[in-house]
Write a protein that binds this ligand. Sequence first.
Ligand code: DI6
Ligand code: FE
Length: 416
Amino acid sequence: MSAAVSKTKTNEGTDATARLWRNARLATFDPQLAGMGLVEKGAIAVRDGRIAFAGPETDLPSPLHSLETIDCEGRWITPGLIDCHTHLVHAGNRANEFEMRLKGASYEEIARAGGGIVSSVSALRAASEDELVAQSLPRLEALLAEGVTTVEIKSGYGLDRENEMKSLRAARTLGALRDVSVRTTFLGAHALPQEMKGDKAAYIDKVISDMLPAIAAEGLADAVDGFCEGIAFSPAEIARVFDAAKAIGLPVKLHADQLSNLEGAALATSYGALSADHLEYTSAASASAMAKAGTVAVILPGAFYFIRETKKPPIALFREHGVKMAVATDNNPGTSPLTSLLLTMNMAATLFGMTVEECLAGTTREAARALGLVDELGTLEAGKWADFVLWDIGQPAELVYRMGFNPLYRRVRHGR
Ligand code: DI6
Ligand code: FE
C-alpha cells in the first residue's frame, strides 16, 4: 500500500520538496525533549529540502497547512541514519584470509602469506578509479536500502598520494551517483606501505608534506584520521599528522585504543577531535577527557565481533562521564565486512548492553555530531536537512531488536 498524495493541493512555486508529511509518529531525537523525543500524531513540514516544522500536528503553524500532504498512515519516522565510520571504498575482499583464520592461522601468518591490510593496498592500487567506484557501489546501496542518508568514507588503502586521492575521489563520486551525503576522511596514517618498511618517520613525512597538502588543495577531505596502535602508528607519530591537519584547518578523529591502551582517545581530545573510535581499551582518564572536549565515542561492534575481541568498550564509563556515543559499521575488508547499520545497532545492544535509545541516537544525532554536522543533520528539528525514514514498525525498539530484517518503507533525503 502506498502513502496517498493529496491531489487537491499544489506545490509552492518550483520547490518540489514542499510537502507536509502528516499522520506520523516521530522519534525526533530533539535534545530538548526527553528520551528519543517521541511525538504521537506528528507531522513534518518540508520546504527547500529542509525541515520547516517537526512536531505534533496540532502545533503546525497555519502557513504550512497549504502544503501538498502525504498521509504517513501512522508510520514511525526517524531521522535518516548516518554511518559515521566506514572504509567502504576498497578493492577486492579478504574472504581467503577469513578462511585461513577459521582454520587456525594467526594474523601474523596471514600477513607473511601476503594477506592482511597489505593485500587490500595492492588490490586498491591495481584498481582504476572507475573499478573502485563500481566495486564500492553495492556496499553503499546496501546501506542506503536500510535508510542511511549520510555516510562517512575513509581513504587508507592507497598509502601514497595518487592512490589516496583516487580513493577520496571515488568516495565523492559515489555521493554524486546516489542520493546520499558522503563525508570523506583522509586516513593516510592507517598502515605503513611495504615500500617504506622500517621507516615510519619517512612515511609520516610523506603523509604530512606530500599527501595532505594535495588532498586539501583539491578539497577532497572533510577530516583527517589516523590509526594509533602498536601495529600501526604511535601517539607521537599521530600527533605530527594532527598538527599538520590543524595547520591546514581540517578537523581530526582517531582509531584509538582498539587493541591496546596507548591513551589514544586522550591524545585525540587534546586536538579537539570530533570523535575517537573503537575504544575497547580506553581508560577512565581518557573517558573524562573526551567528555570535557566534547569528543564523541564511536562504538564499532562489527570489528569487535569479527575479530572475536573479548575486551568491551567501557560503555558504563562513557555514560558516567557523559560522553556522547555514536554507533557505526566500520565497513572494511579486514575486520568488519558489515554493510548493515540495523544489524550494527543490534550488535551494540547485544554485545555491549547499549540501550535502544543509545543505539538509535548513535546512528542519528550522535553520528551527526561525530562528523561535525549536528547543526545540519541527525534530528527532526526545524532548520535541519529533511533527511528522514518512514518505517513499517510498531515501536522504535524494533529497529534494534531484529536481525537481518529491513522494515524500511520510504527514505527521504533533502525532502525528496
Ligand atoms: N582498524 C581496523 O579494525 C581496520 N582499520 C583500522 O584502523 C582494519 C583494516 C583492515 O584490516 O583492512
Ligand atoms: Fe575503522
